[in-house]
Design a protein around this ligand. Structure first.
Ligand code: KG4
Ligand code: ZN
Length: 351
């Protein structure tokens, strides 16, 4: 049995976890311990993640979290088989903190250091669902992944472990940003996603016709900046009405609907395009109830099995990094002499 410490610090979560793997099948992955520190309060006043503040918070929290992950797993550091860490993509200063801490620990215990692609980590999250959390059969390759957060908006065809093809990504704003910027226009706080979702509850989704930017039907890129502009124009044009609570509800509901429609349509057509019968969703926006509802219906109609890990696994965590590391270790899919310098921009199909 392999036991790997996973360390994640690419954005605004400092996270560490111990993951165990018997054999080399991702379906056998188990979370032994899992601790996360979220920096929401650090960035809330700024309406988005401030890189320098993120790095400082990571520095403060990384060592105590590493210790807590080991303590909760009832393990000493030298009982680990390897240390896995997010190498990229992400904020450079934030990545440096995690990679340095991981390097130090791996060196101290004389075990391999496994540099992990953050998105490969997200792809592992459905394998980490406890069996009673998944109402469906255990996850298997191949599948399509919709990864949606404040920093990323991707559709990936995961053909096998380590074999990923990018089907589409955003050409401008990430979908989480579309929620965050939309929230600001609606006079709501940060993070915008939950705030927009709460205001949208009970609103009329058809009140305002916002655009669904689908671009080319055989490609799966996204664009959300036009939608944001449409919202800005609408808000300015209807200033007086925007003071009424019911009207704001309708606008929020219509705006959210345009976003989730676009995501659901693209995700299902991407599955059809590559012949995938499994779709997984991860990232903070995966918490959106309306998106979950839409995907449920669209997938059922298309004969696709939908994997929606619980929120704690959808958002950034150390377990997903430990999971990718454990499978790489078990299969010998790593080069112990490769450089581990952080890579802020790192396309997933260059893995
Ligand atoms: O994955 P995540 O926690 O952090 C990173 O971006 O790495 O995602 C955060 C994003 C934010 O933009 C937030 O507004 C969005 O996820 N979000 C949501 C919801 N909860 C969080 N968006 C829509 N609906 C939600 N319920
Ligand atoms: Zn992420």
């Amino acid at each position: 049995m392999l036991r790997v410490l996973g360390i994640e610090s690419s954005c605004d979560e400092t996270a560490c976890a111990v993951v165990a793997l018997e054999g080399d099948d991702p379906r056998a992955l188990r979370i032994v311990s899992d601790v996360v520190h979220t920096q929401l309060d650090v960035h809330a006043d700024y309406g988005g993640v401030v890189p320098e503040l993120a790095s400082r918070a990571h520095i403060q929290h990384i060592q105590p979290l590493m210790q807590a992950a080991l303590r909760n797993a009832d393990m000493r550091a030298d009982e680990l088989d390897a240390v896995a860490v997010t190498r990229g993509p992400g904020l450079i200063g934030a990545l440096i903190v995690g990679v340095s801490a991981a390097q130090g620990l791996a060196h101290a215990i004389g075990k391999p250091l496994l540099p992990i692609h953050h998105m490969e980590g997200h792809l592992m999250s459905p394998f980490l669902m406890a069996r009673d959390e998944s109402q469906v059969a255990a996850m298997e390759f191949p599948f399509v992944a919709l990864l949606v957060s404040g920093g990323h908006t991707l559709l990936v065809h995961a053909r096998a472990f380590g074999d990923y093809r990018l089907l589409g990504q955003t050409r401008d704003d990430a979908v989480g940003e579309a929620f965050d910027k939309g929230a600001r226009l609606l006079g709501l706080g940060y993070p915008g996603g939950p705030a927009v979702a709460a205001l949208a509850e009970g609103g009329d989704v058809a009140a305002v016709k916002f655009p669904r930017v689908l671009l080319d039907k055989t490609r799966f890129d996204f664009s959300f900046s036009g939608l944001k502009t449409a919202l800005r124009t609408h808000v300015l044009k209807h200033e007086a009405q925007m003071l009424e609570e019911t009207y704001r509800r309708d606008v929020a509901a219509s705006y959210q609907e345009a976003i989730v429609d676009t995501l659901a349509i693209k995700a299902v057509s991407a599955c059809r395009h590559v012949g995938a019968t499994r779709l997984m969703i991860a990232g903070g926006v995966g918490a959106n109830a309306r998106l979950r509802e839409k995907l449920d219906v669209a997938c059922r109609e298309a004969g696709i099995v939908l994997y929606r890990p619980p929120i704690r696994l959808c958002t950034d965590n150390g377990a997903m990094i430990g999971a990718a590391g454990a499978v790489r270790l078990a299969r010998g899919l790593f080069d112990q002499h490769a450089p581990v310098n952080p890579i802020p921009r790192w396309p997933i199909d260059e893995l």
